[in-house]
Design a protein around this ligand. Structure first.
Ligand SMILES: Nc1ncnc2c1ncn2[C@@H]1O[C@H](COP(=O)(O)OP(=O)(O)OP(=O)(O)O)[C@@H](O)[C@H]1O
Length: 341
């Protein structure tokens, strides 16, 4: 478990103070895949550097497994660092060492016996699917393969925590998906807690169980990925979500609909089990109203269904109002007119 308790980090640049992280309180439970998302300059990297003890907080505490890591002595700090693996956007491999040499490096530093290093390196090469590349140099590998080496190296000393600093940002979409699958396997098979930072909502959507959104050094929203995606509380969070989920027809289509005399549009959100139920058809039939689905999607998030429908209703105005009122008791419904942006 990683706990940030009112953590702040301020850099002083001559007369200027930069509040990179401001009063962050956050708990990453053991076994979580926890994503921190934010635009450039939000403070994500600084927060990560605080966890892997490359920076000290200006105020507040960071506890890992109940230990206040900000007060550790140098020897204890070195030990704690071995418990935290890290992978990077630019892989940070040693070009002069082979793949096996890169993976062996942290074990050599820790004084692990040679035979044990050989055994562990082979095991890790198998795990990341690079058994045939042991003798290759990083320059002879693709970006995805380099990141696999990075992951193997980060796992070498059996850490409890893996920190990922924009680990897929330099990769194409297919390779990104491969690496994310591998990270999921790391989490599932070894129970390793993963803390990652990213500016890509796809990454959060595909592997994270929890998410925190950072802006100007602060955590402006955090929670389970399903809850945050289906009920964002902050405009910035909505912008990130919209980058992966288009929940409204484009303005051009909306205009066409209105110009063509289309009626009022409503957005319905269905979450979890209710997405399986025919709420719309049941309620409209009861009130003698008909509906037209103009736009919509049902997707799976964290193994739960999440539906988003844009519909229009026709029929007697009072019956339509009654149907909408009844739907509102069962799920979220909003008129689209206020949602156009
Ligand atoms: N060592 C430092 N000295 C001074 N200012 C710093 C230092 N490190 C970070 N900052 C500042 O702190 C703020 C947060 O930076 P940080 O790199 O943590 O953000 P980020 O969300 O990771 O952005 P990016 O994705 O661009 O790396 C920025 O204004 C940055 O300029």
């Amino acid at each position: 478990m990683i706990e940030f308790k009112q953590v702040s980090k301020t850099f002083t640049l001559g007369p200027r103070e930069v509040h990179a992280v401001k009063d962050v309180t956050l708990t990453v439970d053991q076994g979580d895949i926890f994503g921190i998302i934010g635009f450039s300059g939000a403070g994500k990297s600084t927060l990560l550097r605080l966890v892997n003890l490359l920076e000290r907080p200006t105020s507040g505490r960071i506890e890992i497994g109940g230990t206040d890591v900000t007060s550790l002595k140098p020897k204890e700090l070195r030990k704690q660092r071995q418990n935290i693996g890290m992978i990077f956007q630019n892989f940070n491999l040693f070009n002069s060492r082979t793949v096996a040499g890169n993976i062996a490096y942290p074990l050599k530093l820790a004084g692990t016996p040679k035979a044990e290093i050989g055994r562990r390196v082979n095991e890790l090469l198998q795990f990341v699917g690079l058994a045939d590349k042991a003798g290759n140099y990083p320059d002879q590998l693709s970006g995805g393969q380099k990141q696999r080496v990075g992951i193997a190296r980060a796992l070498a000393s059996n850490p409890d925590i893996l920190i990922c600093d924009e680990a897929t940002s330099a990769l194409d979409p297919d390779t990104t998906a491969d690496i994310l699958r591998l990270l999921k396997k790391v989490n599932r098979e070894f129970g390793i807690t993963i803390l990652l930072i990213t500016h890509e909502m796809e990454v959060i959507q595909s592997i994270c169980s929890k998410v925190a959104v950072m802006e100007n050094g602060e955590v402006i929203e955090s929670g389970g990925v399903f809850d945050v995606f289906t009920d964002p509380q902050h405009g910035t969070t909505e912008r990130f979500i919209r980058s992966v989920q288009q929940d409204l027809p484009s303005p051009g289509i909306l205009k066409e609909w209105r110009d063509g005399g289309g009626g009022r549009l409503y957005r319905l959100l269905f979450k979890g089990a209710i997405a399986n139920e025919p709420v719309l058809s049941r309620v409209t039939a009861k009130h003698g109203v008909t509906f037209n689905i103009v736009y919509g999607s049902v997707r799976e998030l964290q193994e739960r269904l999440f539906g988003n429908l844009i519909v229009s209703f026709s029929g007697d105005p009072d019956a339509v109002s009654a149907a909408i009122a009844e739907i509102a008791t069962l799920t979220d419904i909003e008129e689209v007119i206020e949602l156009e942006r």
